[in-house]
Design a protein around this ligand. Structure first.
Ligand SMILES: [Zn+2]
Length: 318
């Protein structure tokens, strides 16, 4: 072995480089892809919408990042950002619910698991900026669970969208209902669904975007009520988790069960859209679904209030 090879070998095996690699991962300088193990510089990953440039794996994204990806921030007006959860059951597990919410708020700098507001979708060479009512769930906040704040913020957003003739877009990411609030969390399913029905009856558009993961009471209510339902590649979407279903029905579940691709194949969703293409797709869909009588003036959507559900009645449920 030459001296050069000996040094090269030594450098390769030296524990320092491994330690440094681990430290840099710990410092969030680099991120390891959970799907292909490729290391990507965190800044590059952010520029690439948190999508692995090597294999296309969609990493989880925060509500702030998602907002930046979709909306022109100068036009963004957040709604109800001061709404915080009460503790109706005075719930305590290893920690009191009140303390858990406070700690999560401090850690995430969010008031709860959804951000709502009105803003203009980022335009492109074809589309003028379109004002939308947008809700973005954040899985970092107690698993994106839906408690009374998520339900209330979403319902107010839907009602505002209906009143102002705005298309509604909600990016879902949730483990389901927030059990710390018991029946108050379950009530949110009915409340949001009822508001969406009024939005639909007024002839207004709702696009639901399913991201990884979307489960439980969120899937069982607003997430699946979109006029158009989009999903990100590889997102797991379901009501109960696969293991629970397997144990209950005592059958092996098919390969890829509950993935966006499986749902697409079985007709539950309308399209799988890669995150970098999402804004453009939303622009296309919303432009296509604008009533003929509506137009943009001064960057604001105006509508004569024509009800285009009258011309295209929804199919009967029977
Ligand atoms: Zn990867």
């Amino acid at each position: 072995m030459s001296l050069f090879d000996w040094f090269a070998d030594r450098r390769k095996d030296t524990p320092i480089s491994k330690e440094r690699q681990e430290r840099e991962i710990a410092d969030d300088l680099w991120q390891k892809c959970p799907a292909c193990d490729a290391l990507t510089y965190s800044k590059d990953l952010k520029t690439n919408f948190q999508v692995c440039p090597n294999c296309g794996h969609h990493n989880r994204t925060t509500s702030e990042e998602r907002l930046e990806q979709l909306v022109d921030l100068d036009t963004w007006t957040p709604l109800d950002s001061d709404l915080v959860s009460g503790d109706p059951l005075e719930f305590v597990d290893r920690q009191s619910y009140r303390d858990r919410v406070r700690a999560t708020q401090a850690k995430t700098r969010l008031s709860d698991a959804i951000v709502t507001g009105i803003g203009q979708l980022r335009g492109d060479s074809i589309h003028q900026p379109i004002p939308v009512a947008l809700g973005i769930m954040d899985f970092r906040f107690m698993g994106g669970s839906m408690g009374s704040v998520v339900g209330e913020k979403l319902t107010r957003l839907i009602e505002r969208a209906t009143a102002e003739h705005l298309p509604l877009v909600v990016c879902c990411a949730s483990g389901g209902a927030r059990m710390h609030e018991g029946i108050f969390s379950l009530m949110q399913m009915a409340k949001t669904s009822a508001a969406l029905e009024r939005h639909r009856a007024a002839g207004q558009l709702f696009i639901s975007v399913l991201t990884h993961p979307t489960f439980g009471g969120v899937t069982a209510s607003f997430a699946m009520l979109g006029d158009i339902i989009l999903a990100e590649p590889g997102a797991l979407v379901g009501f109960a988790g696969g293991r629970v279903i397997e144990q209950t029905i005592r059958q092996k579940l098919p390969e890829g069960f509950q993935t966006a691709e499986y749902l697409m194949e079985h007709g539950l969703i309308d399209a799988i859209v890669r995150r970098p293409k999402l804004t453009r797709r939303l622009n296309q869909l919303i432009s296509l679904h604008q009533p003929l009588s509506s137009s943009h003036s001064n960057g604001k959507l105006t509508s004569s209030g024509s009800n285009y559900s009258e011309s295209f009645p929804p199919p009967s449920l029977n």
